[in-house]
Design a binder for this molecule. Structure first.
Ligand code: SF4
Length: 123
């Protein structure tokens, strides 16, 4: 039986309210989207929701004990708690460079986790 879900498109600052008619995860119709990106967002949100995630990982011998990191692309939403757990186990040696991969192919998703700033070694 067809269901209806309400979403706000976050693909641009306009924030169009979307009404999505779907059966299970098959989208039948998207109402309210101001452009194609909103329709694509609604389909993705129903079938494969993803989020950018920011966190920190430990740095051995760094000026500070942690370096901020982020997912290079949107990460599958259901796996985010598991990713948070995994990042607690990651340790990288100083120095760390901005955009350096600290965890490759996180949880087999093909998505790398990268540093969002430099972390020099302690002197
Ligand atoms: S549907 Fe298009 S215009 Fe509306 S918020 Fe999304 S991207 Fe922006």
């Amino acid at each position: 039986m067809a269901e209806t879900s309400e979403l706000i498109c976050v693909a641009c600052p306009k924030g169009c309210p979307l009404i999505v008619k779907h059966e299970n995860k098959n989208v039948i119709e998207v109402i309210g989207a101001g452009c194609q990106r909103g329709k694509d967002y609604a389909i993705c949100e129903l079938q494969d929701p993803r989020r950018m995630m920011a966190s920190t990982v430990k740095v051995n011998g760094g000026l500070h004990p942690l370096v901020p990191v982020y997912t290079r692309q949107g990460f599958p939403k259901p796996l985010i708690p598991q990713l948070a757990q995994k990042l607690r186990e990651v340790e990288v040696p100083a120095p760390v460079k901005i955009n350096q991969v600290v965890l490759e192919d996180a949880l087999g998703t093909g998505i790398d986790i990268v540093a969002s700033r430099d972390m020099p070694a302690a002197h």
